[in-house]
Ligand binder design. Sequence first.
Ligand SMILES: Nc1ncnc2c1ncn2[C@@H]1O[C@H](COP(=O)(O)OP(=O)(O)O)[C@@H](O)[C@H]1O
Ligand SMILES: [Mg+2]
Length: 366
Amino acid sequence: MDGLVIEHLNKTLGNRLVVDDLSLRVAPGDLVCLLGPSGCGKTTTLRMIGGFLQSDSGTITINGVDVTTLPPERRPTAMVFQNYALWPHMTVFKNIAYGLRLRKLGRAVVEERVAAMLALVNLTEKRDRHPAELSGGEQQRVALARALVLEPDLLLLDEPLSNLDAKLRVGVREEIREIQQRLQIATVFVTHDQDEALTISDRIAVMSGGRIEQYDDADGLYRLPQTAFVAGFIGAMSTVAGRVVDAGLLLGTSPVPVACAALGEMPGIERGVEWSVGIRPEDVRVDTGGSPTATVLKEVPHGHFKELLLRLDGDDATVIRAYVGTEHPPTGRVALSLARALLYRDGHLVHEVAPLRPAVTALAAP
Ligand SMILES: Nc1ncnc2c1ncn2[C@@H]1O[C@H](COP(=O)(O)OP(=O)(O)O)[C@@H](O)[C@H]1O
Ligand SMILES: [Mg+2]
């Protein structure tokens, strides 16, 4: 099997299971993000792929070669560390050339390959500078060039943009993605930033507590988060206990059903049981006419749209978020209905309630 194949990887650090039976496949040429909150085991996983940390059990193969017990220099991988780890006393050129010189390549070959890398990351003019004379974004590109010049089969990046300011981060992530696609190099990119992950990845492994919660593309993660954790982690989602009745969904302690037309197309959904209902703000319809069922607590401007924080009649605890146009009146009584809702039980997605789509039933856990 080509690409990266990880099977049943485990790692205990201190006395905590930090990586828990993790399996993952990265196809050749794909960029995969490991995405999750701080402490969920992303760096530990990446270090095991790169050979900087030995796993307790499980296997790692790269393009069919079992590398599980090989040291970093014998793996076809190159790593960009979070702090770049550039040599401060060496010029840009020497930093990039370092790994090639260790491999005892001839001077002319080194010169040619480093020059090509400098051109690739747009740093030809800076070849004789030292890292301290470069901006954060330029240092990041040197670190990237230093990894890529080794022509690895698999590029490993640990939060490569975390030291850059927000505006620069967006530009550099686009550059990284462009270079990665141009070279068609399989890449594992660690980040805790969902926006970063959703914009640059072919696929994303959402991690929590050392496990992969869901492995999917950006659209799949957003539309159909398979677990309650992913639902809460990716994008905005109101989550509230609810039951299905003839007129719609009874949410929280509210006695007034919220209409959801798509339920009519899904007669098979169990009545009388409690679901955890996930509602995306863009799926909430807010109507100022009709008979009101909720009150607008607050409105938050987002420029080209507004977010409303809503409280259902008879429920003082739950806040439901809705996105509406800027023309919507700021306060008052409104009627809610739902274009779409996700029903979870025991932390797993069971039904997508959506118009003109088949029921998504009994989805398997990842
Ligand atoms: N050397 C270590 N000894 C004990 N615990 C560690 C060690 N390194 C990391 N950990 C713990 O392992 C967990 C996962 O760490 P890490 O992989 O760095 O997470 P992430 O990169 O997702 O933020 C954290 O709770 C961290 O405190
Ligand atoms: Mg980390």
